[in-house]
Design a protein around this ligand. Structure first.
Ligand code: LLP
Length: 419
């Protein structure tokens, strides 16, 4: 459920007409609903409350906006971060260092040191090499790093190939078959407190079965590692719960996910950790765009909007679907191709899609843009970096400025030998 609804013929975010935001900030612009984010955070947390001991670390990569992180910090969420930049954001939002999990396959030495010095709660190690390096860095500073070993269970997540992470050929984690030996070798290193295992098989999962079989495998591995005399107090089950992008699509609910987890992890006697991103943020945001013009196409017209693949990259990268709705629909429908102004064919949001009738100057939204939206924006074609707004009831605030091309240009320099 979300709070983007049609009222008196105008799409609103909570009590704010999207026309008001577009007029004040310009387009394209991302709009997040505080009530929706809060609701999603609580529904997920409440669903997991059937489990004995839980820590939820929001996957910052899904939406790193400071205001979003602040809201989630207030809801008791920690953070799953994959860079020093994300760690700084989580800390700036007031998240406790011990509630932060540091994931990522290529943490640099500088990032490991900073995270150690900040007292990060858990490092999710992606290789034995990383564990050895972290142990040495911690030991040299008289510190102990709490860590989990990320395991690649070789499970097909059944999602888009570019967002699958748990197949043997993917770069993530250590192979399942050697994980036990690696854990044992890391567990004896001074400077390292090996406390658990981590798994994340992919994102936007439509079915629970692949996760269930991955988690079951992790349970077996956990028992084998314990039987070899090592301690496991934490099991990080990652993120990946999918969300409906198309009106009418049905996805596993947080309650069904929690029931599956409860079934598989029964008797584990650990703190279960979760790294949800999309399921919290995805349907909490939309991107408003304005139609620049409509031109005829071979089989149907091109609706050219002022948002482009640099603002919302998912359709270009993953052929992803985002529902497109007029902000002030007339009730009439048309079939059209929705494209942005960027000079390549991948700047296409939809082909031959049945949509609300729109014409030049009209406002429209792309839905389900709260996760992996603004965070993946860039400035290709020397376009601005897209701004973000948060709505709360009848008030709203700019939570990220538009960074205009002039500001970006000002950060570039021509060497004097080229003058
Ligand atoms: N934990 C780890 C270790 C991850 O790699 C990810 C996502 C998550 C948690 C959060 O997954 P979620 O709950 O959001 O599914 N840009 C792509 C998605 C990439 C996901 C990368 N990892 C997209 O727009 O679909």
């Amino acid at each position: 459920m979300d709070h983007f609804t049609l009222r008196n013929g105008v799409l609103h975010a909570e009590d704010v007409p999207l026309t008001a935001i577009a007029d004040a900030v310009g387009t394209p612009v991302y709009v997040y609903s505080r009530a929706t984010l809060t609701r999603h955070a609580r529904v997920f947390r409440d669903a997991l409350s059937i489990l004995p001991s839980v820590h939820i670390a929001f996957a910052v990569k899904a939406n790193p906006n400071l205001a979003v992180l602040k809201l989630l910090a207030k809801e008791g969420y920690g953070a799953d971060v994959v860079s020093g930049g994300e760690m700084d954001r989580a800390l700036a939002a007031g998240m406790a260092a011990e509630g932060i999990v540091f994931s990522g396959v290529g943490k640099s030495e500088a990032e490991l040191i900073r995270a150690l010095e900040c007292g990060i709660g858990q490092f999710n190690l992606e290789s034995e090499e990383e564990g050895i390096e972290l142990a040495a860095l911690a030991n040299a500073r008289g510190l102990t790093a709490s860590a989990a070993l990320r395991v690649n269970p070789d499970v097909d997540a059944g999602t888009h190939g570019k967002i699958s992470t748990g197949k043997a050929e993917n770069k993530f984690g250590v192979p399942y078959d050697t994980a036990g030996e690696i854990y044992a070798r890391l567990a004896v290193l001074p400077g390292l407190n090996m406390r658990g295992l981590a798994v994340h098989i992919g994102s936007q999962l439509a079915k629970l079965d692949p996760m269930e079989s991955a988690f079951a495998q992790m349970g077996e591995l956990m028992r084998a590692i314990r039987a070899a005399g090592h301690e496991i107090t934490h099991m990080d089950l990652g993120g990946g719960v999918g969300v409906p992008y198309k009106a009418g699509d049905v996805f596993p609910s947080p309650a069904e996910y929690a029931e599956m987890v409860a079934r598989v992890t029964s008797g584990w006697d650990v703190t279960l950790m979760f790294e949800p991103g999309r399921v919290i943020a995805g349907n909490s945001g939309v991107m408003i765009t304005r139609v620049i013009r409509v031109k005829p196409g071979a089989s149907c017209p091109f609706v050219i909007v002022d948002a482009a693949m640099n603002d919302l990259a998912r359709p270009a990268l993953y052929d992803a679907w985002h529902d497109f709705l007029a902000v002030e629909p007339t009730g009439e429908r048309m079939t059209a191709n929705i494209v942005g102004p960027i000079c390549e064919t991948s700047d296409t949001f939809a082909m031959g899609r049945e949509i609300d009738v729109v014409k030049a100057g009209d406002l429209a939204i792309f839905r389900t843009a709260g996760a992996y939206g603004a965070t993946m924006a860039n400035t290709y074609n020397s376009r601005a970096l897209v701004p973000e707004v948060m709505v709360d009831g009848d008030r709203w605030a700019l939570v990220a400025n538009r960074i205009d091309p002039a500001t970006i240009l000002a950060a570039e320099h021509v060497p004097e030998w080229l003058e």
